[in-house]
Design a protein around this ligand. Structure first.
Ligand SMILES: [Zn+2]
Length: 506
């Protein structure tokens, strides 16, 4: 047996001004996304779906080739040149042929300058060359699902955890089902559907309701015989037709069961729709509430500017409020500002510096802008910004935040980075000599993923409404292409498994 494996992952925030070129998909500065043996070296043994595909192939005694392993932190539209380069790497391998199965590690919310379903386009191109070879796909829970993303593949599985600590497990689910097909042990059949709802990201963690019960039921279905059952909560910061929630169920040669399980999950999600709506608190109130807390560390979440949802990581509203209200013993991860990093490096370790930090990236699709903030302090540390994840999320995978400095103002240690990285792993801080347990407050540009690596350290959490391209105030998002009606933008929309979405008067 011979398998083709490829990773091409990006969560595209169509409101984000952060450019997404090919370099962003590489592992390090000046590199290109790895192919072949370099891709295997980078992802073999990691807690990713690609790592799982490699494990499965080796356990099955199969030969395999990794055509591409490309992953970029979320940002704006994928440049066409990057999309063409990455898809060409995969299509060249498909065209050479000789594979019994194809395993793809995709995100499901990739939007390129020319294609709003980046993954559907990739599958159409593969099928134009090779209509036959079975395909298994692992998607992120935040996939915005289009028909071709499901219907052109034989097995589809999505993450069942958020924070995503089951990337490897999802690769195993999608890959094992495909191997069963290749070995003649199963005949996968799929039912899927899309709901007229766009759940708020801040309400999507699978550690909390309503998603906990929904994902638990999907997992239970797999224990009861479904090959793969996946609830995609969707990625809302994408002005595309099909952003939002969907369900995909794969069974072994039992279409009626697949449909029944799909309908059960969709009904469950729909019944809980009001619980997916997020209530906002003014920033000053959040920070002053944090100040009254006495058990540390308190995590302050700058959730409007999460790099892992396309945030620029250079907005300063929350940091400014923390400084204004005089919080002490604070660590901040992180402000993206390559220019300030260079200035600090030029000054050198121990130098007293005064830097204009952040607020440098324009956000033309956002109604607000973020001003730079003046930071006076000592250059405490200079780093190349390289580390590997401790886990559990994406365990062992290499991370690169580019040249990095820590500026110590006395009360606040601010990390300045040159490459976007979300702090979901404790090593992001430890590699810079910052022990979060020794801080009173840890300001993180994160929403949910931080809980994977740092959640167990937090004694309290305060969500801080700042500024940024992944705003939690969805009235700031100007949707032009999103299908309507959709809940909660149209609260009176109704849905039944038979009838699909309907708008009711009122
Ligand atoms: Zn995700």
């Amino acid at each position: 047996m011979r398998l083709l494996i490829a990773m091409m992952m990006h969560e595209t925030n169509t409101f984000s001004p952060v450019p997404t070129d090919l370099q962003r998909f590489a592992l390090g500065p000046g590199e290109v996304p790895p192919r072949g043996d370099a891709a295997i070296a980078a992802f073999r043994g990691t807690g990713t779906a690609t790592g799982a595909f490699i494990d499965l192939a080796e356990k099955a005694g199969a030969e395999y080739e990794v055509a591409l392993a490309a992953h970029a932190a979320p940002s704006g539209l994928v440049h066409d040149e990057a999309y063409e380069s990455m898809s060409a790497a995969i299509l060249q391998a498909v065209a050479r042929g000789g594979f019994d199965g194809i395993l793809l590690d995709l995100h499901g919310a990739m939007v390129s300058q020319s294609h709003e379903d980046g993954e559907g386009e990739l599958l159409r191109r593969i099928r134009a060359i090779d209509p036959q070879t079975p395909i298994g796909v692992a998607y992120d829970m935040h996939a915005n699902v289009y028909a071709d993303m499901v219907e052109l593949a034989q097995t589809v599985a999505g993450y069942q955890t958020y924070p995503h600590v089951d990337m490897h497990g999802t690769g195993v689910r999608a890959g094992s089902a495909l191997l069963k097909l290749l070995q003649g042990q199963a005949k996968p059949t799929t039912a899927w559907g899309r709901l007229p709802m766009i759940p708020h990201i801040m309400r999507q963690s699978s550690l909390d309701e309503p998603n906990r019960a929904l994902q638990a039921r999907a997992q239970q279905m797999e224990k009861e015989g479904a090959l793969c059952a996946s609830v995609f909560t969707g990625f809302p910061h994408a002005d595309i037709q099909n952003a939002g929630m969907s369900v995909v169920v794969v069974t072994d040669n039992d279409p009626a069961l697949a449909q029944r399980l799909r309908d059960e999950l969709m009904q469950m999600a729909w019944n809980s729709r009001a619980q997916w709506v997020y209530g906002l608190e003014p920033l000053a109130a959040s920070v002053s509430r944090a100040k009254t807390l006495t058990e540390f560390p308190v995590m302050l979440l700058d959730h409007y500017d999460n790099a892992a949802s396309g945030g620029t990581m250079d907005t300063t509203a929350v940091l400014a409020e923390v400084l204004r209200q005089g919080l002490r013993n604070v660590a901040v991860f992180a402000i993206f500002d390559p220019q300030a990093v260079q200035e600090a490096i030029a000054a050198g370790i121990g130098a007293q510096v005064r830097l204009q930090v952040g607020g440098k990236m324009a956000m033309p699709l956002m109604p607000h802008r973020s001003a730079p903030i003046e930071l006076s302090g000592v250059v405490k540390l200079i780093s190349n910004g390289q580390y590997r994840n401790k886990g559990p999320m994406s365990q062992g995978a290499r991370q690169n935040m580019g040249r990095t400095v820590v500026i110590d103002t006395g009360d606040v240690e601010v990390v300045l980075i040159s490459r976007h990285v979300e702090p979901f792993d404790v090593n992001a801080l430890l590699c810079l000599g910052i022990d979060p347990t020794q801080k009173q407050f840890v300001l993180l540009k994160s929403r949910v993923h931080w809980r994977a690596g740092l959640g167990h350290l937090a004694r309290a959490t305060v969500e801080c409404a700042g500024a940024g391209a992944c705003t939690s105030d969805y009235s700031e998002l100007q949707f032009k292409k999103l299908r309507r009606p959709i809940y909660p933008l149209e609260p009176s929309v109704s849905w039944t498994p038979e009838g699909g979405a309907q708008a009711t008067p009122g």
